[in-house]
Design a protein. Sequence first.
Length: 91
Amino acid sequence: MRNEHMRLDTLPKLLSLKPYEAAIDEAKTFLRGSDSSHRLTKELLYSGLTKNVADHQIASRDALLECFRSEAHKEGVASFTEKQKPNTREK
């Protein structure tokens, strides 16, 4: 496969920094979320490895409700409607 890429001169394009930089930029968009939403997401991801689908759906619903009730959610909605950047770091 590598030889085929070399022959077609695609290997340098595959190894360019542009896809890496694009991936970093995309990852940074997720970092703008609140600490509590990141915590809940990680908990759901890891607990989902051992839960059945029904239990995971219940946990997901509970996490979503917790997010909707949080101050971070209120801040996010307010900043969106006011076209401002949210203050996502909780105290």
